[in-house]
Design a protein around this ligand. Structure first.
Ligand code: ADE
Length: 399
């Protein structure tokens, strides 16, 4: 029989070379917290060879945490050690384990300044630029236009952010800016005449409603950078590509995520996204203690049919969740299955063949990928390396 994540982790070694001196770590403000764990921003002296001091994120358990929660963090640490570095995974930088008997355990990972994608998309949905040409249903990256209003202002650009090239210019008669307006001749004027109104649908399912999942580590995420950013369809496809690439790496290392969702994907500088929180969540569900908290312990709306019915988790079930993540991206972080409760009857509907409709900002090509990910037969779902290729092609293979 297959080993559970915890059993696998028991067999994995911890690499002492990751041990980091506690006194070289200056803990800062809270980035996220839940019932049993916290994630803090921190400064770590000398944790990277090329820097005197590095901004990091530190995951630790609260004092009240029980053995199960400690164990979950040990599991995650060992999985991170086993995984090794990858661009699209939140990488391990170090750990403080020497006082583990006194329940002090700190896992030090890369810091991602824009926080998780769910909140990022929600925060910036007003600045979304829909690049899907309604006539051809194709993504047209030359459509770079801004909704114009009197108080419209484009703020917040860091120097090395690829999106920082967009500056507000004068609107044309349609009230939109074209690429040629925005870049003042620096780029070829190739924007099409037709423009697509970017309307943000009313949120029938507010993100903080009770059916959003807030497990122990992830509730109350406070992103460090809340500056306004524009997001384009191409950005969303790039995120999808990067998540598929990160997941392909995970699956090549035989690691299951088990809780892939937009809330578990972080955005860093240069539009780089990183998958986080693997391993941990899975162990959390098994904790009776955790269940009693009534904090929606299972991500029902992200679960594959066979995970729901038979508690089977595999790379195939991660692919199903990836399809839900795509839906989250192209709805700009709506809660999946809007207006529906995450319960048994939702499961029965899905088992009966029901699937979510195409989200507002996807084209048919993207929606077809989602539907493939939600195939009832696990083996009919595309693998992550195939998904990676789909999105690479959409991006013109220049990724
Ligand atoms: N919140 C949780 N983990 C984080 C990280 N690594 N960077 C930034 N915010 C986070």
């Amino acid at each position: 029989p297959a080993l559970t994540l915890d059993e696998q982790a028991d067999l994995l070694p911890y690499d002492r070379s990751f041990e980091f001196p506690r006194d070289k770590l200056k803990l800062g403000k809270q980035l996220g917290a839940g019932a049993f764990g916290v994630v803090l921003k921190a400064h770590a002296e000398g944790i990277r060879p090329d820097e005197k001091e590095t901004v990091v994120a530190v995951k630790m358990v609260k004092r009240i945490a029980d053995n199960e929660v400690m164990r979950a963090l040990v599991t995650e640490l060992k999985i991170l050690v086993h995984l090794g570095p990858n661009l699209n995974v939140v990488n391990l930088l170090g750990a403080v384990t020497k006082n583990i008997a006194k329940r002090e355990l700190m896992v030090i990972v890369e810091y991602c300044r824009y926080g998780n994608l769910q909140n990022f998309l929600l925060r910036n949905r007003e600045r979304f630029i829909n690049q899907i040409n309604p006539e051809t249903d194709k993504i047209d990256p030359t459509i770079i236009k801004q909704r114009f209003s009197d108080n419209f202002e484009l703020r917040g650009n860091s120097d090395n952010d690829p999106r920082s090239g967009t500056r507000p210019g004068r609107p044309n008669s349609s009230g939109y800016l074209r690429q040629s307006d925005l870049y003042e001749g620096q780029m070829d004027s190739c924007a099409t005449e037709q423009t697509v109104m970017t309307t943000i649908p009313e949120d029938d399912d507010h993100i903080l409603s009770n059916n959003s999942i807030q497990p122990a580590w992830r509730s109350n995420y406070k992103p460090d950078s809340t500056e306004a950013m524009t997001i384009t369809t191409t950005d969303l496809v790039s995120y999808a590509f990067q998540v598929a690439r990160g997941m392909d790496y995970l699956s090549s290392r035989k690691v299951l995520h088990g809780d892939l969702a937009a809330r578990n994907i972080l955005l860093c500088e240069n539009n780089i996204v990183k998958i986080c929180d693997f391993g941990l969540a899975r162990s959390m569900y098994k904790s009776e203690n955790y269940k009693k908290q009534g904090e929606a312990p299972l991500p029902i709306k992200w679960l594959a049919l066979e995970s729901f019915s038979d508690h089977i988790f595999s790379t195939y079930t991660d692919v199903w969740s990836f399809g839900i993540v795509l839906w989250e991206f192209f709805s700009l972080a709506k809660v999946p299955y809007p207006g529906m409760e995450p319960n048994q009857s939702l499961y029965l509907k899905i088992k009966d063949g029901y699937r979510m409709e195409k989200p507002p900002f996807a084209n048919d090509e993207l929606y077809d990928i989602m539907l493939e990910c939600w195939s009832a037969n696990p083996e009919s779902r595309p693998l992550f390396n195939v998904l990676e290729k789909y999105f690479a092609r959409m991006l013109g293979d220049d990724v």
